[in-house]
Design a protein. Structure first.
Length: 88
């Protein structure tokens, strides 16, 4: 009985890990840089991980990235252009 419970717990944990890593995640976007799309006080955002894997990101999409000044923080940014694009 305890072994069955342990296996179920491991299966559930594995499913949560795979879904969080490869399908979607839930996070908070806080700060004024994304106004008016996101609230300054913070919005809960569902992030899907499928689009970046297939290379279908487009100008205007909102992406999450590690902060260059503090790699432990995640920042929300909107894509304004790609390499070779002229941004005005």
């Amino acid at each position: 009985m305890i072994i069955d419970y342990g296996f179920k717990l491991i299966k559930f944990g594995s499913l949560v890990y795979v879904v969080k890593s490869y399908v979607f995640d839930v996070t908070m976007c806080i700060g004024p840089s994304m106004l008016p799309t996101f609230n300054c006080a913070g919005d809960i955002v569902v992030v899907e991980h499928i689009t970046p894997r297939f290379g279908t990101l487009k100008v205007g999409h909102v992406v999450l990235a590690n902060s260059p000044t503090n790699p432990k923080k995640t920042i929300c940014k909107r894509i304004k252009g790609f390499g070779g694009d002229v941004v005005k």
